[in-house]
Design a protein around this ligand. Structure first.
Ligand code: PMP
Length: 424
């Protein structure tokens, strides 16, 4: 089972005698996987952009709007109390999913992007001053760069960057040298969306904490692949996007240690986040309401709760073994295509394969494989500094979920070979 089962940085055992993931059964839960595009079976391998949704999530959304919809935290009538119980129930599911100590450490937000902006705005505004520094990594998504740049600009602070090597592995040895007296926060991605690298988060947290510096972890790409345990990681903040972990769009999670969140000012003002309001002075509600101004995305939280329940029905060691197999198989198969260069070859990777084809722009790769029914992502993946580092304008990226198959990898590789034929 998934929830709270093992530390996030450790791979679950994959004994040879254990039964494998029943992929056909899992696929039957995802209606969209039966679709055809351009007359071909859909091969959806753009899961790092967004994942598909199981029937259980779709039905939870339908049920909510059809029979359970009311605003939360306000009504004294049955439906409102029921909707509140569903919403707060989803928070408890999220707490268990991340293994947070307390439910008030879970803030519902729109996405990882909003979670990072919340911390950059609230924590950053109060802690950053002239000459201070925020340490990020060379492989951050723009959403873990730009919010920090915005607040750094306002406060006269600066970004510093942990470098990586040509495999896409962070130079962890550099970290102690980069954390100085002016470092106020380290922000790093758990799993890189463009390279697939799984970063040694617990190790970097320990290095930062040894110098009293808090750490935010961007978990947008980790939540669909790894068991997350924020207590084992000991990070101060952790961010999740619901839509990348089989839940709805427009809902995400910010985990923050209670003492950190308690000490931070609100991010947005409005209803639900106050204790009392007068024209002279407003006092704020306790956690987590302080950070949830206005009517939240109630249906989104319910849907995310359903996604968490769904993941809990899967044997996670089977999921990990299956995704590891897809990664190895896809890496080897793609490497056999003439003129194909893999971008991101770290020894610890999630099931993400980025590549470039000699003499072919990534967008042309994407357009041609689409005609074969294969949905991949092409572009800079909101990681332009990564593209600059590797000296490419863009890559093509296949990102596999547990519902993908070796046959789909074969379809991808056959489609990429067609691109090769077209361009010679
Ligand atoms: N961080 C990473 C590593 C991502 O891959 C993404 C989405 N591509 C984000 C943050 C932002 O997520 P969202 O768009 O859901 O806010």
């Amino acid at each position: 089972m998934r929830a709270g089962a093992a530390p996030a940085d450790s791979a679950a055992p994959t004994g040879a005698a254990r039964p494998r993931l029943d992929v056909a059964r899992v696929r039957a839960d995802f209606p969209i996987l039966q679709e055809r595009v351009h007359g071909k079976p859909l091969v959806y391998v753009d899961n790092a952009a967004t994942s598909q949704k199981p029937r259980q999530v779709i039905e939870a959304l339908l049920r909510y709007y059809a029979t359970e919809n009311a605003n939360v935290h306000r009504g004294v009538y049955y439906l409102s109390e029921h909707a509140t119980a569903l919403y707060e129930g989803a928070r408890e599911k999220a707490r268990r999913f991340l293994n947070a100590r307390e439910a008030r450490e879970i803030v519902f937000v729109r996405s990882s992007t909003e979670a990072i902006n919340l911390v950059a705005s609230s924590y950053g505004r109060t802690h950053l001053g002239t000459g201070d520094e925020v340490l990020v990594t060379a492989m951050e998504h723009h959403s873990d760069i730009v919010p920090w740049q915005l607040v750094c600009e306002q406060r006269g602070a600066a970004l510093r960057v942990i470098p990586m090597d040509e495999r896409g592995v962070l130079c962890v040895d550099e970290v102690p040298k980069l954390i100085g007296a002016r470092t106020k926060l380290v922000a790093l991605v758990h799993v890189s969306n463009s390279l697939g690298t799984i970063n040694p988060v617990a190790e970097i947290v320990a290095l930062a904490h040894a110098r009293g510096v808090p750490v935010l972890v961007d978990g947008a790409q980790a939540a669909p692949h790894l068991l997350i345990d924020v207590q084992a990681l000991d990070c101060d903040f952790y961010t999740v996007s619901g839509h990348k972990m089989f839940g709805p769009t427009g809902i995400g999670l910010l985990y923050g240690k209670a003492e950190r969140l308690d000490a931070m000012p609100p991010y947005q003002g409005g209803g639900d986040m106050i204790r009392s309001v007068t024209f002279e002075k407003t006092t704020y509600a306790p956690l987590p309401a302080k950070f949830e101004a206005g009517t939240p995305h109630i249906a989104g939280a319910v849907g995310l709760g359903a996604a968490i329940d769904y993941l809990a029905t899967l044997e996670w060691h089977q999921v990990e073994a299956h995704e590891a197999d897809l990664l190895v198989y896809a890496t080897a198969s793609l490497a056999g295509v003439p003129g194909l260069r893999l971008i991101g070859t770290a020894p610890r990777k999630a099931s993400v394969v980025s590549f470039v084809l000699d003499g072919v722009h990534a967008h042309d790769v994407g357009t041609i494989v689409d005609r074969e029914g294969v949905a991949i992502r092409t572009g800079h993946h909101c990681t332009q500094p990564v593209m600059d580092f590797f000296g490419v304008p863009a890559t093509a990226r296949a990102a596999f979920a547990f519902y993908n198959t070796r046959e789909e990898v074969d379809a991808l590789v056959a489609a990429v070979r067609k691109v090769r034929e077209v361009f010679g």
